[in-house]
Ligand binder design. Structure first.
Ligand code: NA7
Length: 549
């Protein structure tokens, strides 16, 4: 380490940390980034399980800040694989010479606000201490993987893996019996590929997911050219998304219906509605959630699309009992994150794949040789794959000991759920910023779009502070209370309120049930952020360190 003090510290070297460091350096600030991994990539550094892909299309799941970067990088497939996205981020780091600003293999343990100096003091697990006026948490929404507390795991004689922390050298399942626990996006991507390799796969499913085909394919030059011709319009739409749900905008206006559909499903005759769903199913990707304007707010409308997908499951899966178990019946489509797959349902037609419905027969414990169910049956396994998700949105922040004014701990402040203003800051933690924090569109949007919006807004804020001699900023408790209420009111007006999902922390025992992302769309959210900035950062307290205004 060369210095002990910087203008700004950034935690994380994924999409948000890289862009944050790039923009702060452009502003002339001295900046140091910390990254727990050995290189850049964030979530794409860790999630190396077979089949790991983005569920947003690669042409839109990429930065827009540099035209040159856009022109020189060519995505090879419609939905990029993890290795390709990681290569892209490595390219970004090289191209903009960003690695020099990061310390890798370094996990931040604590961030403590020094009130006398008005600066943040970060301590790493390696024992280094660095301070800075500004601290940016670019720690990601899905970065703390979670293996459930199932008794007996320590006795298991085989190997076990979590999809979010997959061995870099890969895993060869040839000839093995694999128990796969979890059927969210990660499980649904990994299971078909593991089944092609392993001798036997037993899928242990607690909640069936709705999944739609990706229809992934190589990107042709023609497709990319058409995309580039419409680049500005497509980006504009993604930035101004109003319909909640799949969080995406289609890259090709010629082929793909837009997320801006204003028609209500229930206003159409059945046949026309079915045709629209069929078109989206055939087109592939998660856009089906945005087919009609009322799908995420009206349960009856949602039932029409859910029934359509349920029908597809029973068409694809040959064994009716397996099809029944795979069919979600008790929550609206899209209210838990919709999955995008390649041959997921068809995988259950293979002779070497079996499905266990944990709702009917729960896991009792893990033994030395496999997984024991409550019925007494044991699933013998050589390996267990946990695709059991993340401590989403708050996990990475609460894994750091963040201490603000007057010894206030972020963990304590958030004991009843995360409290932020705009998903950017929490009262009592001056100059500590979250990128895509809880209370912002984040996981309900194309997250790269949301990252760019947050970073750009924060950079404008830092410029404003410097130009006006302002040393500190933090939200008022009243503004924060109002925002938390607003985020909840919006979620409560949608079908997101209904199922147990990681959006509201339901996958973590003991985690408060609070809907975390902002479900009002990137357009209204962006307007709110811009308006607040234009009104001299309404709801924030700006001031010199010792005399807040
Ligand atoms: P998810 O979507 O949180 O899925 C986790 C899965 O693991 C889900 O099916 C869970 O069932 C299941 N799970 C969790 N705990 C258990 C226990 N104790 N027993 C059995 N099954 C369990 O995580 P993913 O990694 O798939 O995807 C996360 C996001 O990453 C994804 O949405 C994309 O944005 C990328 P449950 O539904 O809780 O009953």
């Amino acid at each position: 380490m060369q210095r002990e003090h910087y203008d700004a510290l950034v935690v994380g070297a994924g999409f948000s940390g890289l862009y944050m460091v790039y923009r702060l350096r452009q502003l002339g600030l001295s900046v140091l980034g910390f990254e727990a991994g050995a290189d850049v990539g964030g979530t794409w550094y860790w999630n190396r399980y077979p089949g790991a892909r983005c569920d947003a299309e690669s042409l839109v799941y990429s930065y827009s800040f540099s035209k040159e970067l856009r022109q020189e990088w060519r995505w090879s497939e419609r939905f990029a694989t993890q290795p390709e996205i990681l290569k892209y981020l490595q390219h970004v780091a090289d191209r903009f010479d960003l690695r020099q600003h990061f310390q890798f293999n370094t996990r931040v343990k604590a961030a403590v606000f020094d009130e006398a100096q008005s600066q943040w003091q970060l301590t790493t697990e390696q024992g280094a201490r660095v301070s800075a006026r500004f601290c940016f948490m670019a720690t990601g929404c899905l970065s703390i993987g979670r293996i459930p507390n199932i008794p007996g795991l320590e006795n298991f004689q085989g190997e076990h893996y979590h999809t979010g922390n997959w061995p870099h050298q890969g895993v060869d399942f040839t000839g093995q019996r694999v128990a796969a626990i979890g059927t969210g996006s990660s499980g649904i991507q990994a299971i078909p590929l593991i089944a092609q390799q392993a001798a036997q796969v037993t899928v242990l499913q607690r909640t069936p997911s709705f999944s739609v085909p990706a229809r992934n394919q190589p990107l042709s030059d023609d497709y990319i050219a058409r995309f580039n011709d419409n680049y500005d319009e497509i980006r504009h739409l993604a930035r101004r998304q109003e319909i909640i749900g799949s969080g995406d905008v289609a890259p090709d206006p010629a082929d793909s219906p837009r997320m801006s559909a204003q028609v209500a499903a229930l206003s159409l005759p059945d046949e026309q509605r079915q045709q629209a769903y069929e078109a989206r199913w055939n087109h592939g990707g998660a856009y089906i959630v945005g087919t009609f304007a009322d799908l995420m707010v009206d349960e009856n409308a949602n039932r029409t699309v859910a029934d359509f997908v349920r029908g597809k499951i029973s068409e694809i899966v040959k064994d009716p009992e397996t099809a029944r178990k795979l069919t979600p019946t008790d929550y609206p489509l899209g209210a838990k994150r919709i999955c995008v797959d390649t041959d997921y349902y068809a995988t259950f037609n293979r002779d070497n794949v079996t499905l266990v419905d944990l709702r009917a027969n729960a896991i009792e414990c893990i033994t030395s040789t496999g997984v024991k169910l409550q019925s007494g049956e044991e699933i013998h396994a050589d390996a267990i794959v946990f695709a059991t998700g993340f401590d989403a949105m708050t996990g990475a922040l609460s894994s750091i000991d963040i201490v603000g004014e007057q010894g206030l701990k972020l963990r304590d402040r958030w004991v009843a759920g995360p409290r932020t203003y705009l998903g950017l800051q929490s009262a009592g933690f001056p100059n500590l910023f979250m990128i895509t924090g809880p209370g912002s569109p984040s996981v309900l949007s194309n997250v790269v779009i949301s990252i760019e919006q947050h970073v750009d807004w924060l950079v404008d804020l830092v410029k404003h502070m410097r130009a006006n001699g302002i040393e500190q900023i933090q939200p008022t408790v009243a503004a924060e209370d109002e925002w938390v209420q607003h985020v909840n009111d919006i979620a409560n007006a949608t079908l997101f309120r209904l199922p147990n999902s990681w959006y509201l922390g339901a996958n973590i025992p003991g985690k408060p049930r609070v809907f975390m992302p902002y479900a009002g769309g990137t357009g209204p959210y962006r307007d709110t952020c811009d308006k607040i900035a234009a009104e001299n950062y309404r709801g924030f307290v700006l001031g010199r360190a010792s005399t807040p205004a």
